[in-house]
Design a protein around this ligand. Structure first.
Ligand SMILES: C[S@@+](CC[C@H](N)C(=O)[O-])C[C@H]1O[C@@H](n2cnc3c(N)ncnc32)[C@H](O)[C@@H]1O
Length: 273
């Protein structure tokens, strides 16, 4: 019988150190995480008890943004960088439920995501999904990758998704330039979907959270809304309601939403004119 345990799927992967993809998976209730991830995630929850809410609200934002792009903006192609581990609301699931012909390329630099990528590749027959292991900090390599070129048609609009990944890119890696390189390669009519952790509404809790991540060897660079907008939205037309906590981006219910301090994550969608 094939060994389908997470341990078997991750042979050769260092599970003794926490990893952001697996910590996020733990926050949103997934099963692809290990003791080291859970330990650091629990430290984060002590420091910032809203972290789980923030992660879940972020995931829901991702789903609403994809639905908006397919239903209202006519987008059929997605380049999703910093995909995370397969869970609910994957980009192709949301997009292909509306148009089975939608195409998605997933990109992540975590070998564990690669080990589980089969689940991301269950495309509808009419559409396509593909996965490449690559680093957001090398946008030229992503753009030149033959799988990306074969799956997406760069003469047609593409939605670039960088959801909950920019805060892993320190200033010295120049996230604004990375995004400019990626967006330059997309035709007018394309979109950017981005979200970013912030300490703006809960400085003390989030700075303790950053320390909890650092204790596990993971560096986070939180940014305020202006910094986020400078990096992600320069040259784009920001889709209403603008740069808001992810829970406030076109929410589907009128019920009460978690506070900005709990969510601690900005989201925005930009249109490339
Ligand atoms: C918090 S998860 C977000 C998952 C998904 N985008 C979402 O919002 O639900 C961040 C993901 O970004 C990936 N990541 C972090 N740094 C990256 C980099 N430099 N290049 C590519 N992926 C990266 C991690 O491996 C992880 O899977």
């Amino acid at each position: 019988m094939p060994d389908t345990t997470p341990e078997a799927a991750t042979a050769g992967i260092d599970t003794s150190r926490p990893h952001p993809a697996r910590m996020y998976d733990y926050f949103i209730g997934g099963k692809n995480n290990f003791a080291a991830d859970r330990e650091t995630a629990e430290k984060m929850l002590v420091a910032a008890p809203g972290a789980r809410t923030g992660a879940r609200e972020n995931r829901a934002f991702l789903g609403r943004a994809v639905r908006y792009l397919v239903e209202e903006a006519g987008i059929r192609q997605f380049l999703d960088i910093g995909t995370g581990l397969p869970t609910n609301n994957s980009v192709h699931e949301v997009a292909q439920a509306i148009d089975p012909a939608a195409r998605v390329v997933y990109v992540d630099n975590d070998p564990l995501v690669l080990a589980h990528a089969q689940a991301l590749l269950r495309s509808s027959a009419a559409g396509r999904t593909a996965y490449i292991q690559a680093d957001l900090r090398d946008p030229a390599a992503i753009l030149a990758d033959p799988v990306v070129r074969e799956t997406l048609d760069f003469s047609q609009p593409v939605a670039l998704m960088v959801v909950a990944v920019l805060h892993f890119i320190p200033d010295e890696d120049n996230p604004a330039e990375i995004l400019a390189t990626l967006l330059d390669a997309l035709p007018s009519g394309s979109y950017l979907v981005a979200s970013h952790s912030t300490a703006e509404h809960a400085p003390r809790a989030m700075s303790a959270g950053v320390s909890a991540y650092r204790s596990g060897g993971v560096t986070l660079r939180l940014r305020d809304s202006d910094e986020f907008a400078d990096i992600a939205l320069t040259g784009l037309r920001v889709v209403p309601p603008g740069v808001v906590p992810v829970s406030e981006w076109r929410p589907e219910s009128n019920g009460p939403h978690p506070s900005a301090a709990e969510v601690a994550t900005y989201g925005a969608v930009g249109y490339k004119p």
